[in-house]
Design a protein around this ligand. Structure first.
Ligand code: ADP
Ligand code: MG
Length: 482
């Protein structure tokens, strides 16, 4: 059997570092390239200007009227002596070499190249690397490199038109060398800076995650013993605020369930203890001396009553436990709530009469979907409470109404006002307003808890209000749409 593992997302620190580093490296690369190409262009422009200047000077010498070819060559050679990186090759109209700078490169091979022809025609400057053996630049393994310009001028001499062609080369090895060094240094600086920035980012990301670690440490330290711990949303960065608030809500709910659970066990024990103690005491008293059959029968009847109460309580508890676990199995039938309530009225008729309380129903049939037995149990619990707390001679009113969404049932009875502090807790298990007073007459305080569970299972709502006129339980159930 193979277990397929889902790929875990990359760590936040890694992601941040990666993307910031990528952006930094990219920015540095672009910056370095722009700088290098701008320096390169600047050099090329300068070289071109220099070459053109030399070209103008040479042209003006060659165009001088009345000077012999030898005189001109002499003049050119004097002027060129002051230009360190410039060499010249001069040809006469018959393509015979007039002059070639001593110590300069041999420019003759250039004469047959297309660039030479192009430069002669348009005056453009081109770059040429001397690839002949032995022509490598100083401290470099690169061939000597030049920028070249060519020109030709017509210089009349003794009535004869003597055209003179010349090639000017400008050695740019020192520029290239400088560019190489600049390139090396710039990349080195970029690399070091990039590395530095990555380190700073790693550090910053680590620092930035500190609140996350603090929060997680605090959460780690929470156990069932200190569920009252809350995290302060004002002490964390805004990004974590919602998380902390949600966490606080969650822990609040857990705490609530936890305390209720622990109270619940205590309450069960407490509720069971009283009847069991009663039974034990009663039995001991009966056994303390001989009794007649009649006396024993009476005691057994009274015990039976107590057993029945306990059995009912246990089954109620079981019912609630099932409801809590969402194990209630509901039948989904179409029910007329009015008809169901009238059935419960029939059931209570005799007891209500005995209590001198009348039951009154108003409203027309209202249809809901649900479990008939469960909903009857709801009405049963609500009506038994209402009848119990209604003073003699008064009436319990049940009113049915509906709107688009809900069917509303109000069970109202005059009687003692329930003060506001009790109202929200009335539906809690074992909650009774005055436990001692009702011990004999009333149930154990589970009735309304069961009501609430059933109503919830039907997607309904229930709430209670109380004033000197009446106490009203309002029940809302989703209306059956026909
Ligand atoms: N109609 C009512 N009028 C006044 N008090 C009521 C009414 N219904 C319920 N109560 C109060 O709510 C408490 C809880 O009711 P319930 O859960 O049915 O428990 P029980 O009926 O077993 O006492 C009752 O003990 C009583 O104090
Ligand atoms: Mg009750």
């Amino acid at each position: 059997m193979s277990i397929r593992r889902r790929h875990r997302p990359f760590s936040l620190a890694l992601r941040l570092t990666f993307f910031i580093s990528l952006a930094t490296i990219f920015a540095f690369a672009v910056l370095t390239s722009i700088m290098l190409s701008s320096v390169k262009n600047h050099f090329a422009e300068m070289d071109e200007q220099d070459l053109n200047k030399v070209k103008m000077t040479l042209s003006s010498i060659l165009l001088e009227p009345g000077a012999s070819e030898a005189e001109k060559v002499e003049k050119v050679s004097v002027i060129l002596a002051s230009y360190r990186h410039i060499s010249v090759l001069m040809l006469n109209a018959d393509n015979q070499m007039l002059y070639q700078s001593p110590g300069g490169p041999d420019l003759v091979p250039l004469l047959n190249t297309p660039q030479f022809a192009e430069s002669l025609k348009t005056g453009s400057v081109f770059q040429w690397s001397d690839r002949r053996p032995g022509a490598t630049a100083q401290d470099d393994h690169r061939p000597k490199t030049y920028r070249i310009i060519a020109a030709s001028v017509s210089a009349p001499y003794h009535g004869k038109d003597a055209t003179c062609t010349f090639v000017i080369s400008f050695s740019i090895d020192f520029h290239l060398h400088y560019l190489d060094e600049l390139k090396y240094n710039l990349w080195l600086i970029a690399a070091v800076m990039g590395l530095l920035i990555i380190l700073i980012v790693v550090f910053a990301v680590h620092k930035g995650h500190a609140p996350l670690r603090t929060v997680s440490l605090k959460i780690k330290n929470i156990s069932s013993e200190n569920l009252d711990v809350r995290l302060d949303p004002r002490t964390v960065p805004v990004e974590l605020e919602q998380l902390v608030i949600s966490f606080n809500h969650m822990i609040e709910r857990i705490e609530d369930v936890f305390t209720r659970q622990s109270h619940f066990s205590a309450d069960i024990a407490h509720e069971m203890r009283t009847p069991v103690t009663n039974l034990v005491t009663q039995t001991e008293i009966v056994l303390s001396q001989p009794r007649s059959i009649k006396e024993l029968e009476d005691v057994l009847y009274s015990s039976l009553e107590e057993y029945n109460r306990m059995a009912k309580m246990v089954s109620d508890m079981l019912f609630l436990a099932q409801a809590d676990d969402h194990q209630l199995i509901l039948e989904h039938a179409r029910l007329d709530l009015r008809a169901e309530t009238l059935k419960v009225f029939d059931f209570f008729e005799a007891w209500a009469e005995e209590q001198h309380v009348s039951l009154k129903m108003s409203g027309h049939p209202c249809w809901v979907e649900g479990d008939a037995l469960m909903l009857r149990r709801v009405m049963n619990n609500l009506l038994s409470n209402a009848i119990r707390y209604t003073p003699e001679g008064e009436t319990v009113h049940v009113t049915l109404s509906e709107n688009d969404e809900w069917v509303k049932v109000v069970i109202a009875n005059p009687g003692p006002v329930i003060t506001p502090e009790h109202l929200p807790r009335l539906f809690d298990r074992f909650y009774r307003i005055d436990a001692s007073r009702q011990r004999k007459t009333a149930g154990s305080g589970i009735g309304l808890a069961i009501v609430k569970s059933i109503v919830r299972a039907h997607q309904g709502k229930i709430h209670v209000t109380s004033d000197p006129v009446s106490t009203r339980f309002t029940l809302l159930l989703p209306r059956l749409k026909s």
